[in-house]
Design a protein around this ligand. Structure first.
Ligand SMILES: O=C(O)[C@H](O)COP(=O)(O)O
Length: 252
């Protein structure tokens, strides 16, 4: 049996400000730093050890990973960063306030942009300063790979490319893997692992910085999954304990 840990980054500064983030490289908030520390403590207390780590090229996920590994005294393990684990690209919504956008376009439209598998948010224009294709961190991308917007299916496609090429072989070779990524990247991976149909994924939200354990068989088919708390496995259906104030939780 193989075990992997998925972890969404801690609360970010734009989670607090309730802004669409996507590929914008914002950092963790004070609350997010604490959440990441707590996640590391949870993993350490439960006896977890990792051989290799995967994360995106965005600092909120990278820093969450570093804090977790620091807490576990595992900063030395190999760590791989890929744009394919970046958050879903939010197109022209990036930077806008979610409530103000809902007031302008309607709750229903914003819900579709956020949770539909097929609907894409309005695309960025290539002249927009938020189009960051020339950022050196993206220099390995081929022509046409840098997104102008993405739906969950687009995100799933690139996440699975990386899963198949890099992460799955490492797990099959016996590596104990942690993946520190983003809400929609992890939703896409979970959708694939658990064969969740398109109409079943809208309600799946992954909380910030709560370790999510997947037990997999040798073919990497999920046996079961659960969130971890300080006292071990959290019972199914229980809302993981957050240290984020309740009024900010809907903004993650
Ligand atoms: O990119 C963002 O704004 C968040 O990280 C995820 O947002 P969502 O919950 O609207 O998908």
């Amino acid at each position: 049996m193989k075990k992997i840990v998925l972890i969404r980054h801690g609360q970010s500064v734009w989670n607090v400000e309730n802004r669409f983030t996507g590929w914008t490289d914002v950092d963790l908030s004070e609350g997010g730093l604490n959440e990441a520390r707590q996640a590391g403590e949870i993993l350490k207390k439960n006896g977890y050890v990792f051989d290799v780590a995967y994360t995106s090229v965005l600092k909120r996920a990278i820093r969450t990973l570093w804090i977790v590994l620091h807490e576990m005294d595992l900063l030395w393990i190999p760590e791989h960063k890929s744009w394919m684990l970046n958050e879903r690209h939010y197109g022209a919504l990036q930077g806008l306030n979610k409530d103000e956008t809902a007031a302008k376009y309607g709750e229903q439209q914003v819900h579709l942009w956020r949770r539909s598998v097929e609907v894409r948010p309005p695309a960025l224009d290539k002249t927009d300063e938020r189009y960051e294709a020339s950022d050196p961190r993206y220099r390995s991308l081929q022509e046409g790979e840098f997104p102008l917007t993405e739906n969950l299916e687009d995100t799933e496609r690139r996440v699975l490319r990386y899963w198949d090429s890099d992460i799955a072989p490492a797990i099959k070779a016996g590596g104990r893997v942690i993946i520190a990524a983003h809400g929609n990247t992890l939703r896409a991976l979970v959708k694939h692992l658990d064969h969740i149909p398109a109409d079943g994924i809208a309600d799946l939200n992954i909380p910030t910085a709560i370790p999510l354990v997947y037990e997999l068989d040798d073919e990497l088919k999920p046996i079961r999954h659960y969130y971890l708390g300080l006292e071990g496995e959290l019972p199914p259906g229980t809302v993981p304990r957050h240290i984020t104030p309740p009024e900010q939780q809907s903004r993650q």
